[in-house]
Design a binder for this molecule. Structure first.
Ligand SMILES: [Zn+2]
Length: 500
C-alpha cells in the first residue's frame, strides 16, 4: 500500500491520545498501582484482575497471562470488535482529529450514530487527563497502607530483632521507628479485636465491613474453630519489613524469617494464600501480595543517580550512605511495573526535594559477582534493557567492586569511604553497554579457548574466567562515538555538519 502522509498524521495523533481516555468508558478497572490500571483482560477468558493492566505512563496495555499487548487503537478494536484500521478511524473521529467527511473518505462508509456514542460529550482537540472514576476504583494502596499501618502499630519489636537491625543492618532507631520495622508472631482473638477497633473510624475504609477489609489485605484469613470463624494472620516468626511504594504507602509486608525456610529462603511474604488454596473448607479469605517494588528516599536532596537493588536492607544502606533514591526488587525476576515506578518516583522526588531536577543515571547495584551466576546476570540484563528502552535519556550503569564483601550493604556497612565521592572510587561503575559487550566477548573467548569442554555457558569454568575491569578512557571515547553515530544518523545527515 502507498504511504499516505495524511493517514500517518492521523495515526500519530491517535496514538498520542491518553489510552485511559480512549478506552476508559468501555472498561472497568479493579485497582491502580504505580500508574497501572488493572482489570479483566478482553483478549482471554479472564476471571481475576491482576494480569491485565493499562499503563498511563507508557500509554499501552499488557497482559501477563495471554501475552496480549499494544496501543489504545488495538485495545479499542478488541473491545468494539473492529479491525485496527476501523478502530483508528473511529477514535480519530470521536476525538475531533478528523471530520465526518474525512472519515467517510478513508472508511468508505457513512458515519452512523451508534459508532461512537460519546462524541457529543467530548471537547474535540481539548484533551484533558482522564478523570479517575473514584466510585468504581478501589484505591488499593490507600487501603493496604491504612490496614498495615494500624496492624504494625499494634505489633511489638522484640529485643533480639531490634539488636539485629541496629548491629547487623546498621539502622538508626529513628529509621527503625519511621519505617515501622516490627516482629511477627502469632496473634489471638484479643489482638484482632483491637485491630477492628483501630480500623473502625478510618475514613478510607468507610462502608466496608471488617471482614471485607481483611479479605483484601494479604496476610489475613479466617480459620474455622468449631462453629466459629476466627481471624488468623501469617505466622512465620521473624522481622516484619513494610514495603513502600513511591508515595511512602505500605503496600505489602515481607518477613525476614528467624530460621531459614525449608526451601532455603530467608525472606517470605506476609501472605494468606494458605487459606486460598487449602481445600479442607476450614479456611477462608486468602490473598497473595504479589511482589511489589519498594521505594526509599534519602534524608537530604538525593544523588542524580537512581539506584536499583535487591532487598530492603541493601536499599537502606544505599539511601543512607550514598544518599540516593533506591528502588528495590524482591527477587531479581520480580520487576514487573518498574518503568512506571521509575517515572512516578522521579515525579515524587521532585516534589519532595526542592531544586531536585530528576535522575540523570540509573545504577544497578546487585551482588558483587553478578556475572558468576549467569541466570542472575541475564535477568539483570533483561531489566536494564527494558530501562534503556524506556529511558533513553538516562545512562545506565552496573555497579561491582573487588574484595571480600558480597552485597553492597556489607560493603557500605563496613564504613569504607566516608563521602559519596570516596565510596564512588571504591565502586566500579560500568556503563551497561560496555559491560554487556565485554561480557559477551570474554564469554565467547573463554568458550573458544576450552574447545574440549562442554559448551555450557552456565558452567562456572567459563564464568570464573570473566573479569570486567573499569573501561579505559580510550575505550569509552570509542564507544560513545559509536553510540552517537548509531543513535543520531538522521540528525547528522539533516544538519549536514558532520560527515560520516
Ligand atoms: Zn490476557
Amino acid at each position: 500500500m502507498q504511504k499516505n502522509p495524511e493517514l500517518d498524521r492521523i495515526t500519530e495523533e491517535v496514538r498520542r491520545l491518553p489510552i485511559l481516555q480512549v478506552v476508559g468508558k468501555q472498561m472497568n478497572f479493579a485497582y491502580c498501582r504505580y500508574g497501572n490500571y488493572f482489570g479483566l483482560c478482553p483478549f482471554h477468558d479472564d476471571t481475576h484482575a491482576g494480569s491485565f493492566s493499562v499503563s498511563e505512563t507508557l500509554n499501552r496495555f499488557t497482559c501477563f497471562s495471554c501475552g496480549a499487548k499494544g496501543d489504545s487503537i488495538s485495545l479499542y478494536a478488541k473491545i468494539k470488535g473492529l479491525t485496527y484500521f476501523e478502530s483508528k478511524m473511529e477514535i480519530a473521529y470521536a476525538f475531533g482529529i478528523i471530520d465526518s467527511k474525512t472519515f467517510e473518505r478513508f472508511s468508505g462508509k457513512t458515519k452512523t450514530k451508534n459508532l461512537v456514542e460519546n462524541v457529543n460529550q467530548r471537547q474535540p482537540k481539548n484533551i484533558e487527563t482522564p478523570k479517575k472514576d473514584t466510585n468504581k476504583m478501589i484505591h488499593f494502596p490507600v487501603i493496604l497502607n491504612t490496614v498495615y499501618s494500624a496492624f504494625l502499630d499494634l505489633c511489638e519489636l522484640s529485643e533480639a530483632h531490634a539488636n539485629h537491625l541496629t548491629n547487623v543492618r546498621k539502622l538508626t532507631s529513628e529509621i527503625i521507628n519511621e519505617r515501622k520495622y516490627k516482629s511477627n508472631v502469632e496473634h489471638g482473638t484479643v489482638f484482632f479485636e483491637r485491630l477492628r477497633e483501630e480500623l473502625r473510624d478510618k475514613e478510607v475504609l468507610k462502608g466496608k465491613t471488617f471482614r471485607e477489609i481483611m479479605e483484601m489485605t494479604p496476610g489475613f484469613y479466617q480459620r474455622k474453630c468449631g462453629n466459629e470463624w476466627v481471624w488468623k494472620s501469617h505466622n512465620t516468626a521473624g522481622i516484619l519489613i513494610p514495603i513502600q511504594n513511591e508515595l511512602g504507602q505500605i503496600t505489602a509486608l515481607q518477613i525476614r524469617a528467624d530460621n531459614e525456610m525449608n526451601n532455603g529462603q530467608r525472606y517470605v511474604w506476609f501472605s494468606s494464600t494458605c487459606a486460598k488454596y487449602d481445600g479442607t473448607g476450614l479456611f477462608r479469605g486468602g490473598i497473595s501480595p504479589g511482589a511489589p517494588l519498594d521505594v526509599l528516599y534519602p534524608k537530604e536532596t538525593p544523588s542524580k543517580a537512581l539506584f536499583i537493588t535487591e532487598g530492603r536492607f541493601k536499599a537502606e544502606a544505599i539511601a543512607d550512605r550514598i544518599g540516593a533514591v533506591v528502588i528495590s526488587v524482591q527477587g531479581v525476576t520480580n520487576w514487573k511495573g518498574i518503568e512506571n515506578l521509575v517515572t512516578e518516583t522521579e515525579k515524587e522526588a521532585k516534589k519532595r526535594f526542592e531544586g531536585f531536577e530528576g535522575f540523570k543515571n540509573i545504577c544497578m547495584a546487585f551482588d558483587r559477582d553478578i556475572h558468576s551466576k549467569y541466570q542472575v546476570y541475564q535477568q539483570l540484563k533483561r531489566l536494564s534493557d527494558e530501562l534503556a528502552d524506556c529511558f533513553g535519556n538516562k545512562e545506565i550503569f552496573y555497579i561491582t567492586w573487588d574484595g571480600y564483601y558480597s552485597g553492597i550493604d556489607d560493603l557500605l556497612g563496613a564504613n569504607i569511604g566516608k563521602t559519596r565521592q570516596e565510596i564512588g572510587e571504591i565502586l566500579k561503575i560500568h556503563n551497561k553497554n560496555y559491560y554487556d559487550e565485554e561480557f559477551e566477548r570474554q564469554l565467547s573467548e573463554a568458550i573458544e579457548s576450552n574447545e574440549k569442554g562442554p559448551i555450557d555457558v552456565l558452567s562456572r569454568k567459563y564464568l570464573d574466567y570473566i573479569k570486567i575491569e573499569k573501561e579505559t578512557k580510550e575505550a569509552k571515547k570509542k564507544r560513545e562515538r559509536r553510540e552517537r553515530i548509531y543513535k543520531k544518523v538522521p540528525f547528522l545527515y539533516e544538519s549536514g555538519g558532520i560527515r560520516i
